[in-house]
Write a protein that binds this ligand. Structure first.
Ligand code: FCB
Length: 446
């Protein structure tokens, strides 16, 4: 592996609902994911995040694993319903205590904490009041950001507002595959604007509370047309707009891309008010890039979402069936630089990883060569982007331990550490040793 720049951050990423469990402890309220998981038939095998990887009780062991791994930064998410069980009003001190303990343990281990404020666990009472369809949720999010930073900004410098707002809009409100399970198709578009407004308001609240650096994390995927036909190329452009531009243009250049392909006229989205784009485009200090795979598209005539995804033949697949295409990560990082130029802040790969069919061998070990290949290829791809002049400052592998993978329940294993969900025993996989050795070599060279 070639050398990364000195100071490059080496990390892993997790999310509260996927690892913590303890959903009814210490005053935590319900989130939309608690409610969603209780509905029959929506999650594979009826799994829920009630216990997950039991990180709420095993956090000290997990921090010890991270120290062993040698990471320099840890991206985790703060559970909104722990901090503000009803989504409004005073903080629940016990919820903040948990993240304070975690933060202090990370700092003591020499690991920089990088919290994300929203990784999809909206307090249920806010959903009952309209969720992200309601403009008020943006202000509620800023108030919650102020509470979290009020307790932690003296020790945490770098904050992430939202994780993958595109997925919230698309999977949560347009297609109904994720919580809150609404299938509104284009009627979901206001949730994009309200999340972005929430990002902007929260950015101001974080800075007021002493946060030094603020960023947003989006998921990006190079969009490739399935053919040269004008229809497929137009469909690909529409998809690219929705996934790669709608949540980035307003933040970096203060305007929405053309949404004509989605029936939005020149006047733009009705929910946008004067001044909103100035709030949303307040300067940020970094852009988080989550990358898993490219997307290949063909036209889908007479549909509100005028595209459909096509398989990408010729590449290995992860256990999830996702194609492994490291060069598309280089393409994505360099495209962002081409699109935004000087307006692009430093990039951080805030998620990248894969699920594999990991099994515990008779001797108790877990060998996952597919994950090592995936990570090796993608880290080289990040390095290629740096060589090409893109300012990438860190890499957060998804994820530390096997956990609750949303609609897939416990079926997709993404961890560097195997979790036995019966006993909660953790077994570092061979990829853990590989990443540990890589980080050690990079840190020694840098
Ligand atoms: C991302 C999510 C993360 C995880 C990975 C596999 O879209 O941000 O929580 O589920 O996918």
């Amino acid at each position: 592996m070639p050398s990364f720049p000195a100071g490059f951050r080496w990390g892993v990423a997790t999310a509260a609902y996927q690892i913590e469990g303890a959903v009814a402890e210490d005053g935590r309220g319900d989130s939309i994911w608690d409610t969603f998981c209780r509905q029959p038939g929506v999650i594979r095998d009826g799994h829920t995040g009630d216990v997950a990887a039991d990180h709420y009780h095993r956090w000290a062991q997990d921090v010890a694993l991270m120290a062993d791994l040698g990471i320099t930064a840890y991206r985790f998410s703060i559970g909104w319903p722990r901090v503000q069980p009803g989504g409004a009003g005073a903080a629940n001190p016990a919820g903040l205590d948990f993240y304070e303990r975690l933060t202090d343990a990370l700092l003591a281990a020499g690991i920089t904490p990088v919290p994300t404020l929203y990784h999809w666990d909206l307090p249920q009472p806010l959903e009952d009041a309209g969720g992200w369809l309601s403009r008020d949720t943006a202000q509620r999010f800023a108030d919650y950001a102020a509470l979290a930073a009020g307790r932690l900004a003296d020790r945490i410098g770098l904050w992430i507002t939202l994780n993958e707002p595109y997925v919230v809009t698309a999977m949560g409100y347009a297609l109904g595959i994720h919580a809150p399970g609404k299938a509104l198709m284009l009627g979901a578009l206001p949730t994009a604007h309200h999340q972005l407004l929430g990002h902007g308001l929260a950015t101001a609240a974080l800075r007021a509370a002493g946060a030094r650096e603020v960023m947003i994390t989006n998921n990006y995927s190079p969009a490739w047309p399935a053919s040269d036909s004008a229809a497929d190329v137009a469909a690909t452009r529409a998809y690219d707009t929705l996934q790669n531009r709608v949540f980035t243009d307003p933040v970096l250049v203060g305007r929405y891309p053309d949404l004509g392909a989605f029936g939005v006229g020149e006047g733009g989205l009705d929910c946008v008010r004067d001044g909103d784009l100035a709030v949303i485009s307040a300067p940020i200090d970094g852009l988080g890039v989550n990358y898993y795979m490219p997307t290949r598209l063909s036209a889908l005539p007479d549909s509100p979402l005028p595209f459909q995804m096509q398989p990408i033949p010729g590449y290995p697949l992860t256990a999830f069936g996702w194609p492994v295409v490291p060069a598309a990560l280089t393409e994505m990082l360099t495209s962002l630089k081409q699109w935004y130029g000087e307006a692009l802040p430093p990039l951080y790969v805030t998620e990248n990883g894969c699920s594999q069919p990991d099994e515990v061998a008779a001797d108790g070990t877990v060998d996952d060569p597919g994950r090592i290949d995936y990570l090796d290829g993608h880290l080289r791809a990040v390095h290629d982007a740096i060589e090409a002049g893109v300012d990438v400052r860190g890499y957060f592998e998804w994820t530390l331990t096997d956990n609750f993978e949303w609609s897939e329940g416990y079926h997709q294993r993404f961890g560097l550490v195997h979790t036995d969900f019966e006993t909660q025993r953790r077994i570092p996989k061979s990829s853990f040793a590989w990443y540990r050795d890589l980080i050690a070599a990079q840190r020694a060279a840098g």
